[in-house]
Ligand binder design. Structure first.
Ligand SMILES: [Zn+2]
Length: 364
């Protein structure tokens, strides 16, 4: 086992996580995904529980919501376990680590699930009218071309640029990444029903958090904002009790989506925003930790190429492997400096959650 907490493959990440959790004396269990990884290997969401099963306070750390972004979150989880940071939690508090909640996207180095769905656009009520992304159709062809040539890429870029000029850069970013429910082969697709990853997360909540009364959550993400900087993002509505509490726990650096100054577009259907409803018996305080990587154009180009290769190409071909290297590089920066920033800011954020849990009383 290498000292490096980060990994290049899902299998390596899983092994490091299981090893670190085992050394921490955690109780462990898994959920097996129906599909296999690019190496033919098994795909699982692994859970590790440290502390009393009946603890009324629980700290929850989640990696891999957006598949490929899990290489960052997994490294942070492994490092946190190896440093024995769990010794800092109170006697009334347990820790639940969820590794690779979207194991398909993690292993295949995709941001989406096997259903081509953005897990953070999937937590909506599918029996109600779906959210509308009114302008998405104007960009649908540009974002998800059926062929991936120099010509199609140049034309796509021009079309996206023209859209930004016609409306605004903010409108473009909102239309591209805000989520859409009309084009299953497109980007930031929210799906037509709950995904395997959503159902698995809901099972974990139902089966293992029903005793909890106060819950703190950290969900790891990458791909937005300045390189190496972790923006703590609050996804519950501005002014809500959950949002106000998250600001108290995580300080002034935290940004509330919808308050206008976050690196993220406004979205519907992210799981962290749904957590207070899914765990309505508890007081939930969640933070999404969003690490910057490369500029947004490069991220978008990597997502478009990845979307094409899974819909129309072969991810295992030489061209597919180039596209995989590009998307990995858009969501994980392979330098000591970036890795160090990830770990340091993660330690700080999780300690803030531990502190918040320690001080929290069950006043809702
Ligand atoms: Zn993400």
């Amino acid at each position: 086992m290498t000292i490096d907490p980060f990994s290049d493959t899902y299998a390596e990440a899983r092994e490091k996580f299981l090893d670190a959790a085992n050394n921490a004396g955690a109780e462990m269990w898994s959920y097996t995904h129906p599909l296999k990884g690019p190496d033919g290997g098994i795909l699982q969401t692994d859970c590790a529980w440290i502390g009393d099963r009946d603890a009324t306070k629980v700290l929850v750390l989640v990696s891999g919501t957006h598949g490929v972004e899990g290489y960052c979150g997994s490294g942070a989880q492994v490092d946190w376990l190896r440093r024995r940071e769990y010794a800092l939690v109170g006697a009334d508090t347990a820790v639940l680590l969820i590794h690779a909640i979207n194991p398909y996207g993690f292993a295949w180095k995709r941001r989406v699930t096997n259903e081509n769905v953005d897990m953070n656009r999937n937590f909506i009520d599918f029996s109600a009218p779906l959210p509308v992304n009114a302008l998405y159709h104007e960009l649908a062809d540009a974002l998800a071309p059926t062929d991936w040539s120099e010509e199609s890429q140049t034309a796509g870029r021009a079309q996206i640029l023209a859209f930004a000029r016609k409306y605004s850069f903010e409108a473009m970013a909102q239309t591209v990444s805000g989520g859409q429910y009309t084009n299953p082969d497109g980007l930031f697709y929210g799906g037509s029903e709950p995904t395997w990853s959503r159902l698995t997360l809901e099972s974990i909540f139902n089966e293992h958090l029903s005793q909890a009364r106060i819950i703190g959550i950290v969900d790891y993400h990458t791909g937005l904002g300045p390189i190496g900087y972790a923006e703590p993002i609050i996804t519950t509505p501005p002014g809500s009790r959950e949002s106000e509490r998250a600001l108290q726990w995580h300080g002034l650096a935290a940004k509330v989506i919808g308050a206008g100054d976050s690196a993220s577009a406004e979205i519907a259907g992210d799981w962290l925003c749904s957590a207070p409803h899914l765990l309505s018996h508890a007081q939930v305080t969640g933070i999404s930790l969003e690490y910057g990587t490369v500029d947004s154009n490069q991220v978008l180009a990597a997502l478009m190429a990845d979307n094409w290769v899974h819909n129309y190409g072969d991810p295992l071909s030489p061209q597919g492997q180039e596209i995989k290297a590009a998307i990995f590089g858009a969501f994980f920066i392979d330098t000591d400096e970036w890795r160090g920033m990830v770990l340091g800011q993660s330690l700080m954020t999780v300690r803030q959650s531990i502190n918040g849990l320690a001080q929290a009383t069950n006043q809702r």
